[in-house]
Write a protein that binds this ligand. Structure first.
Ligand SMILES: Nc1nc2c(c(=O)[nH]1)N[C@H]1C(S)=C(S)[C@@H](COP(=O)(O)OP(=O)(O)OC[C@H]3O[C@@H](n4cnc5c(=O)[nH]c(N)nc54)[C@H](O)[C@@H]3O)O[C@H]1N2
Ligand SMILES: Nc1nc2c(c(=O)[nH]1)N[C@H]1C(S)=C(S)[C@@H](COP(=O)(O)OP(=O)(O)OC[C@H]3O[C@@H](n4cnc5c(=O)[nH]c(N)nc54)[C@H](O)[C@@H]3O)O[C@H]1N2
Ligand SMILES: [Mo]
Length: 863
């Protein structure tokens, strides 16, 4: 098999490409792309052994309970990578620079028409000149911080061609900008809550070292709590987590799933499913603690030596503070789990060595007040001896985050490679002027300076949460007047999308530039759109440190020529730099070839293989480290001796009572020093216990999409034909599935394939009914990230973009996190013909017969 480029005589070649969506310089999902006559023929798994022998790779072995677990010898790419050809050749690709037809920088800007107006083709020269002139004009008039760089996102994993953040390098050269600070979206509850109990920077999940081995040898019960290891690892870790879960099944670890939906991991692996209402986990957790305390079933010795503030926590559990004893019966009514099951689970957890498993935690840690379930889980683990054999918190994806922290749950490789030397995109760093991403709509619409706590940048140390920030940072009139975005999907992915649309149409916002490969989502609100190419159209260098089996560094050859006039983000920003006379500074005078070498030179493998051999072979497999089996395991060292191996908390112990929260936020009623039961409060009213539930009686679960990575991939016909990806409505339109239990469906007169409206006081969107017992009654489920198809932009949508109607408020008063799932909605069946009569423009947009995808609706005819 040919795994490399340029090996055929008839224009055939094969390039390695990391087809994953991490978006910040790290590849994943290493695939082989076969190309013939300048066209992509197929994308397939890649075989490590083509150029390297097993003896070199030193494949690891985990032996446990009489069985053996070993790595495969090929990349475990997900279906997404395999279908990516369709995303590259999508009809939805932006092929030329575009300008909104009624945006005239010299005259009327018609900001109110964003989301309605069409676009016309312009030249690169015109586009780059316009952007350069607008930047200079706006910065001169309002100061440098009036330009917002929206420069983050999980776009393609490109390194040299940095999919997000290239513009920040140019803006730095221009004297500054305001950064949209990428908040810890993936980890909100761990970040704002758990960190203060177990001190685990950078993101707040548990210490991971060597946990595959620990779990394999010692864990008797694994609780997949808000976790779908058969779906979300696909984004960048491929299918290694799937194999790991089959292995756990094989060696007899009892597998319990706690989630409102019977998700794909549960379907493949669960011994038992415990359905829980969305974002009521803390009631369940409190009731487990109550059972342990009242039945004397916790590790008292461990608590005495390893925990700070247990007595205060106990008061909260027993109801001494709020007059609510957190009994299983009390919890049953709230979370929907029968009291007998809560008690049985609690008793089993005590008796058997139990670990929890998460990808990132799901909506369990992405809803209102998510710091409470986040830290309650740590308290529960603590009560049963966190770090003792088989008792840890295992993470199923994003192994690299922990690798950077020198932690690997799986067998460690000799080095953890890093090609950041060649990277041009965003990094988890600060900026003088910044605004948490969750506060952007407020920042745009407000005239007054405002403050918040914590930069909110994912991965920052916990002390950052105690710092007060302000916008604008100077006292001048430097509020936002221009946006330059390379992740135009705020409306599909963040908190309160309709509010964002309102902000984007503000007359204050004089110029919006978006750059991305596909005409979708926030691009419809831009004034200038730049056509970006996909990574298959460029040369680059990459690592794969997510696969969980072997770590790699590889050269990525150019597969095909860029489509239309598209360029990479790095090159697109370069065009603007040229107009500003800053091209040399921007590129540091280096060619792409020189950047590839630069990436290699500091990658960690530069002393393991020569550059010449690396380029000849095109990749390097890093051998498994000798002695990895002996590495400490998770919280093992802390469990053994908390004095010698203290945690990174003020007392060095598990802080059930947080010293820091008591010190810095003594008056915060929404995040007290001790975890509490808080269904609603000053910031939120998204609970069935709140009077608002009379009007909006269902809780919606909005998971990471099964068949997309957020806003990525919604235009691949091969995916869209899958019945759980789209549901064909009576009008033939492919609606985003909305799972509803047969009991609710019957009550509401809904059957499979009906079009359903989901609504609340923030607007409405549509879905295609998918009636199934895989969702518990009273709860509906619709994935997030479906393409925006505005009916009345800012109010209603046909595409199933439920982020438009999720809460705009942040996690809680002093935590600028997102709340994007587990909120109240009403649902009802609708008649599409009536809607068509009412909104003819939106319902008569032409779509492609094969993919059902709206294509040219936004382009001016003939352009
Ligand atoms: N309802 C709900 N909402 C959620 C969540 C949830 O659980 N439920 N989860 C949250 C989480 S954890 C996350 S991480 C966020 C994700 O939110 P984002 O990171 O904002 O979402 P992505 O779709 O990954 O963003 C990538 C964007 O970049 C584009 N893109 C891809 N490649 C390139 C490229 O090479 N160049 C350019 N310029 N653009 C490119 C894609 O088309 C897409 O628009 O969503 C959050 N939102
Ligand atoms: N296919 C695919 N893979 C991805 C991504 C993607 O968009 N698509 N995104 C990537 C990113 S950025 C991230 S952060 C990770 C996210 O990984 P996760 O955080 O694990 O993903 P989620 O889909 O939000 O949630 C996982 C599961 O939580 C359960 N759940 C939902 N709400 C609740 C609740 O209130 N309580 C409980 N107990 N369970 C609940 C659901 O069963 C759901 O399947 O995935 C990454 N990988
Ligand atoms: Mo995420």
């Amino acid at each position: 098999m040919v795994n490399q480029k340029n090996k055929g005589s008839n224009g055939e070649k094969t390039c390695l490409k990391g087809i994953g969506w991490l978006g910040f310089g790290l590849g994943a999902n290493t695939a082989a792309v076969d190309v013939k006559d300048g066209k992509i023929i197929r994308i397939r798994p890649f075989h490590y052994e083509d150029k390297y022998k097993r003896e070199h790779m030193k494949p690891w072995k985990i032996k446990a309970r009489g069985k053996t677990f070993e790595p495969t010898m090929r990349s475990l790419i997900p279906p997404f990578s395999i279908v990516y050809k369709q995303r590259v050749y999508s009809k939805n690709r932006i092929l030329y620079p575009l300008k909104r037809v009624d945006w005239d920088p010299a005259g009327e800007r018609n900001t109110q028409n964003r989301g309605k107006s069409k676009y016309a083709r312009i030249s690169w020269d015109e586009a780059a000149t316009l952007i350069a002139e607008e930047l200079q004009r706006v910065q001169k008039k309002y100061g440098p911080y009036s330009v917002l760089a929206a420069a983050d996102g999980h776009g393609e994993g490109k390194c040299i061609h940095g999919p997000h953040g290239c513009q920040t390098h140019l803006l730095d050269l221009l004297g500054g900008y305001t950064l949209q600070a990428r908040n810890p979206d993936s980890w909100e509850g761990w970040y704002w809550g758990a960190k203060h109990v177990w001190g685990t920077d950078p993101v707040g999940q548990g210490i991971q070292n060597n946990l595959w081995l620990d779990c394999s040898e010692n864990t008797e019960m694994m609780l997949f709590w808000g976790c779908d290891p058969e779906t979300t690892p696909w984004g960048w870790s491929g299918q290694a987590a799937s194999r790991l879960c089959y292995w756990f099944n094989e060696i007899g670890i009892e597998t319990i799933y706690v989630c409102p939906d019977f998700n794909y991991g549960a379907a493949a692996h669960a011994d038992k499913w415990i359905p829980v209402r969305p974002n009521t986990d803390s009631a369940l957790q409190f009731a487990i603690a109550y059972t342990w305390i009242t039945e004397d079933l916790y590790d008292k010795e461990y608590v005495a030596t390893h925990v700070h503030g247990f007595e205060e926590f106990k008061k909260e559990v027993m109801g001494e503070t709020d007059k609510i004893p957190k009994t299983p019966k009390w919890a049953e009514d709230i979370c929907g789990v029968p009291a007998r099951i809560i008690k049985a689970l609690a008793r089993k957890w005590h008796k058997q060595a139990t670990s929890t498993a998460h990808c990132n935690g799901g909506s369990y840690i992405r809803s209102t007040y998510s710091h409470e379930p986040g830290r309650l889980e740590v308290c529960l683990l603590g009560m049963q001896g966190l770090g003792k054999p088989g008792r840890n918190q295992l993470k199923m994806i994003e192994w690299q985050f922990f690798a950077l922290n020198e932690q690997m749950p799986g067998p460690r490789s000799e080095v953890i490679p890093n090609v950041a030397g060649a990277y041009h995109g965003w990094a988890f760093t600060g900026n003088e002027s910044l605004i948490p991403k969750t506060l952007i709509p407020q920042a745009i619409t407000t005239e007054e300076p405002f403050t918040w706590y914590g930069s909110s940048i994912a991965g920052f140390p916990k002390e950052d949460q105690f710092v007060q920030y302000k916008f604008p940072i100077d006292d001048k009139n430097s509020t936002l007047h221009m946006i330059w975005s390379d992740e135009p999907c705020w409306t599909t992915c963040w908190n309160g999308g309709n509010r964002m649309i309102e902000a984007l149409r503000s007359p204050k916002m004089e110029c919006i530039v978006c750059q991305q490969p596909w005409m979708e989502n926030d691009c419809l609100f831009a004034d200038i759109v730049l056509p970006i190419n996909t990574k298959l159209e460029e040369e680059d260098i990459s690592t794969d440190v997510y696969a969980g089996e072997f770590n790699l560094v590889y050269h990525e050859g150019q597969c095909i020529e860029p489509l239309g006039e598209s360029k990479s983000d790095y090159e697109a920003v370069g065009e603007v730099a040229k107009k500003l006379g800053l091209y040399e500074e921007y590129t540091k005078g280096k060619s792409i070839e020189e950047w590839v070498k630069e990436g290699f030179d500091h990658s960690g493998i530069e002393n393991m293989i020569s550059y010449e051999e690396f380029r000849e072979k095109d990749y390097y497999v890093i051998p498994t480290a000798d002695g990895w089996e002996n590495d400490p395991r998770g919280f093992g060292p802390f469990a053994e001796d908390p004095v010698v191996h203290p945690l990174d908390t003020p007392t060095g112990k598990l802080e059930f009572f947080s010293t820091d929260l008591a010190k810095y936020f003594p008056d915060d009623k929404e995040r007290k020093p001790v975890p509490q039961w808080i269904p609603f409060g000053e910031s939120h009213s998204e609970s069935l216990l709140h009077p608002r539930a009379k009007k909006y009686p269902y809780l919606i679960v909005s998971n990471h999409p099964r068949w997309r990575v957020h806003a990525n991939l919604d235009d691949c016909a091969w995916l869209r034909e899958i019945p759980t990806c789209k549901v064909k409505g009576p009008d033939g339109y492919l609606y985003e599935p909305l799972w509803i239990n047969p009991i609710d469906a019957k009550n509401l007169g809904i059957k499979y394939g009906d079009v359903v409206r989901i609504h609340n006081d923030r607007g409405w969107t549509l879905g295609g009914a998918y009636v199934t017992e895989r969702i518990m009654p009273g709860v509906i489920y619709q994935d997030h990230g479906s393409r925006l198809d505005p009916i009345v932009a800012g109010e209603s949508d046909r595409g199933g973009d439920n982020n438009l109607i999720c809460p705009g408020m942040i996690t809680s008063k002093n935590c600028a996190g997102e709340v994007t799932s587990g909120f109240l909605v009403g649902i009802e069946k609708v008649d599409v013909n009536e809607l068509r009569a009412q909104y003819p423009d939106a319902f008569n947009r032409a779509y492609d017969a094969k993919s059902g995808l709206i294509i040219d609706a936004w382009l001016e005819e003939g352009k």
